[in-house]
Design a protein. Structure first.
Length: 282
């Protein structure tokens, strides 16, 4: 009787926690949609901001954010996929495997502001790059690499051993096995991890605030060492003008656009996980 009672109590607590979490998410999204939808129109999306964002649109902020995450993907994906392959196929020592896992999880747990401080000290001051969107992409790539590595590693490890043995029995070298068997079968997990990482990266403010973005007066950059303006930092600036109704309305609209982009990345990650499953899991 006590066991049934405790099981029922635990089940109720779990359901209650799930309901509270879902209702909190629905409430937050409802508030953002309700307040942001009134600010969104074609003019808001396709025009530049004026008066420190209180007027005009967010065209260059959208372009800046997309440019940052696109370059972040180009930098992080091959490095993370290579790391996952090396960890799975080449690193056989138990202690080195354990150490690599600790380092990856440790990097994943570093607060985003620390990445921003590292970029400010090392790139902006020591290497004298100045405020650069490319430096911001490098920092964001480092920040999301653990997510991609872990997703790719789990995907590669789920490939049945018989696939490797069959390829080797046909005379393929180790690197041919990696290129023709491991990567095609494990690429889906890496892409899923990349999309999840980009969903996180596009909403980050602290890592790019002092190294990659300017708060106003910036358009499309003409070189790697120029700043951009991005959606998260734009929302930060607008929130500091909350007493201005126009600025507050633009902040809600910018927030809704950012949430929509994050939602697109998240849904894309879900579909990529379903459509790019290894043959062994279909």
């Amino acid at each position: 009787m006590n066991r049934k009672l405790s099981n029922s109590a635990l089940l109720i607590i779990c359901h209650l926690a799930a309901v509270i979490s879902i209702l909190t998410l629905v409430f937050l999204l409802s508030v953002i949609v309700f307040n942001g939808i009134r600010a969104i129109n074609l003019e808001f999306i396709l025009t530049r901001s004026r008066n420190f964002g209180a007027e005009g649109g967010i065209f260059y902020q959208i372009i800046g954010s997309i440019l940052l995450v696109f370059c972040t993907a180009l930098i992080s994906f091959p490095l993370a996929l290579g790391t996952a392959i090396f960890k799975s196929e080449c690193l056989k020592n138990f202690y080195l495997l354990k150490l690599s896992s600790i380092l990856i999880y440790g990097l994943n747990g570093i607060p985003s502001i620390i990445f921003g401080i590292f970029g400010l000290v090392f790139f902006v001051h020591y290497l004298n790059t100045g405020i650069s969107w490319f430096v911001g992409s490098i920092i964001l790539a480092i920040m999301i690499m653990p997510t991609i590595v872990l997703a790719a590693y789990q995907s590669i490890n789920s490939i049945p051993k018989i696939y490797r043995e069959s390829a080797q029995a046909l005379g393929l070298s180790k690197w041919r096995v990696i290129l023709q068997v491991i990567i095609p079968q494990g690429i889906g997990g890496a892409i899923t991890g990349l999309l999840i990482g980009l969903a996180r990266a596009i909403g980050e403010t602290a890592p790019i605030m002092f190294i990659a973005t300017a708060f106003s007066g910036v358009e499309i950059p003409g070189s790697l060492l120029e700043p951009v303006t991005a959606l998260p930092t734009h929302i930060l600036i607008l929130s500091q003008q909350a007493t201005n109704p126009l600025a507050l309305q633009n902040a809600w609209g910018c927030s809704l656009i950012l949430i929509t982009i994050v939602f697109i990345f998240s849904i894309s990650a879900l579909f990529s996980r379903i459509s790019l499953r290894p043959v062994s899991q279909r």
